[in-house]
Ligand binder design. Structure first.
Ligand code: BTN
Length: 263
């Protein structure tokens, strides 16, 4: 273990279990860390079993997709977990989407406002981003060796402390939330979603996701995936969690992942 990590791991405030089947059967809880994703990668490389969760009250180097920073002040919920799903890399969007489904379902249960899933990794509240999901994979011979899935949720953060276009549960609802209770609610749902994936029942998740994604499904979008840019109408999800886009020339294309702009 390098020195930085020893320092952080020695500050461990507790390891517990949520009694879930896989995700949450072991939870490492911290105060402030660099990023829970790196700690989860470290644990995965050390052989930690799938489902282990690292949760923190704040992060000093929180990261989002495409190398962006993820602001992580205290008052938010930040956690990452390890999965070893034995999936091909092109199917990993299933995992990200099932986590979005779980978070959106949890927020709907709380009754905080209109909740949507914005493919492939955002959950929106009243049309603004409230949660981001960062799925990172470690490949072994073209197969997924393990995944680290990081979830950041703006919970009690004041609107003035949020980036442009972001929301928090408190800013939208005027209530404050117990972060441990929220973590428990979301991890139980994420565990349920992972169970459905493993039982080859992703289609049930997709049925819900169609209803949760009305904010862009059927409308015009632009999807950027590296050098590739696809514009057209977002028609549906495919069975691997990719987005089916109908281009203006009438052809349909399945985009496995990317950044979605709602036009
Ligand atoms: C995104 O929308 O770009 C994804 C944001 C993911 C943020 C979470 S917070 C917990 C975990 N640790 C990180 O550094 N990032 C993820």
């Amino acid at each position: 273990m390098d020195e930085g990590l020893t320092h952080i791991f020695n500050k461990r405030s507790g390891v517990k279990s949520l009694g879930t089947k896989v995700v949450g059967r072991k939870v490492y809880a911290y105060d402030v860390v660099t990023t829970t994703n790196d700690l989860a990668h470290f644990l995965a490389r050390e052989g930690e079993q799938e489902g282990a969760v690292v949760v923190a009250r704040g992060q000093t180097q929180g990261r989002g997709r495409h190398g962006k920073e993820w602001l992580s002040p205290e008052g938010g919920l930040y956690f990452s977990f390890i999965l070893r799903p034995g999936l091909e890399p092109e199917r990993v969007s299933r995992v990200t989407l099932s986590v979005g489904w779980a978070v959106a379902g949890g927020l709907q249960e709380l009754g905080v406002g209109a909740v949507s899933v914005k493919w492939p990794n955002d959950v929106l509240l009243e049309g603004k981003k409230v949660c981001g999901i960062l799925t990172e994979m470690s490949l072994t011979a073209d197969k997924v060796g393990y995944l680290v899935v990081g979830v950041g949720l703006n919970v009690n953060t004041a609107q003035k402390d949020l980036p442009e276009g972001a929301a928090s549960l408190a800013a939208v609802s005027g209530r404050t939330f117990d972060i441990d209770d929220l973590a428990h609610i979301l991890l139980k749902r994420i565990d349920t979603g992972y169970g459905l994936l493993l039982e080859h029942k992703f289609c049930h998740i997709l049925d819900d996701l169609r209803a949760m994604s009305q904010i862009f499904l059927g409308g015009r979008v632009r999807v950027t995936n590296g050098e590739r840019v696809v514009s057209g109408y977002a028609m549906d999800f495919d069975e691997d969690g990719g987005l089916v886009v109908r281009r203006d020339n009438g052809t349909q294309v399945n985009v496995p992942s990317g950044s979605l702009e709602i036009l």
